[in-house]
Design a protein around this ligand. Structure first.
Ligand SMILES: [Mg+2]
Length: 227
């Protein structure tokens, strides 16, 4: 059985500490504002509809601009506006209190693949609650490789087997931490709540609220256990 005694609790960011649809909504509105400034045309509703209703998560701007008969040379500026805006983001209601409880006892890390992970944390007001952040996109790396998890353990100076990883997307978030003997905790929330998690992607524990996490980890005790 995997130990639940840990020294560090690490989190995925998008969909785990906040509802990442907010980031998309704020980005799409910012891009629409940039397009309006450049062309006088307001496609806010069209961007939101294409992304959220029609499922165009990639190439959203190309699709909508083409439908509207506008040139695609606006796309790079819209992509920049999407990512560079600084509209505040709101964490899940249980995120801050959970981090506050955990940080008294454990190292707190975030491992995210999402673009602008550091900016997101600061827009969420959570940057002070997190000791170490690894943004895999900055390292030409991904959570599909063990590297970011091994690197986080190294930064904290603890064995991987004394770290927990909390995520919302089993296929991406758990195979590597499971392979390294970390405690894996699935938050059953958001767009992957119904995803089937089998074999290597199966978490050790599933929770419906971040509030449950302090109750399932216990501090590693040097006296009782050797890593
Ligand atoms: Mg996620």
């Amino acid at each position: 059985m995997r130990r639940s005694s840990v020294r560090a609790v690490c989190f995925d960011l998008d969909g785990t500490l906040f509802d990442d649809r907010q980031y998309a909504r704020a980005g799409l509105c910012s891009a629409a504002e940039e397009l309006r400034r450049r062309t006088g045309v307001d496609l806010t509703e069209e961007f939101l509809r294409a992304y959220f209703r029609d499922g165009h998560r990639e190439a959203t701007f190309d699709v909508v601009l083409s439908e509207a008969g506008l040139a695609d040379d606006h796309v790079p500026a819209l992509v920049s506006a999407y990512h560079d805006n600084d509209a505040p983001l709101v964490p899940y209601p249980d995120a801050e209190a959970t981090l506050e409880r955990l940080e008294r006892t454990y190292h707190i890390g975030v491992i995210t693949g999402g673009t602008n992970g550091r900016e997101k944390l600061s827009r969420l007001g959570l940057d002070d609650r997190v000791d170490e952040v690894i943004v895999t996109a900055e390292r030409a790396d991904s959570k599909r490789s063990p590297e970011p998890f091994v690197e986080m353990a190294k930064r904290f100076g603890v064995p991987e087997t004394t770290m927990a990883f909390v995520g919302d997307r089993p296929a991406l978030d758990f195979p590597q931490p499971n392979g390294l003997g970390m405690l894996t905790v699935r938050l059953m929330r958001g767009r992957y709540a119904d995803a089937v998690a089998r074999n290597a992607a199966a978490p050790d524990v599933a929770v419906s609220s971040l509030d449950d996490i302090p109750g399932i980890v216990t501090p590693f005790d040097e006296q009782l256990e050797q890593p």
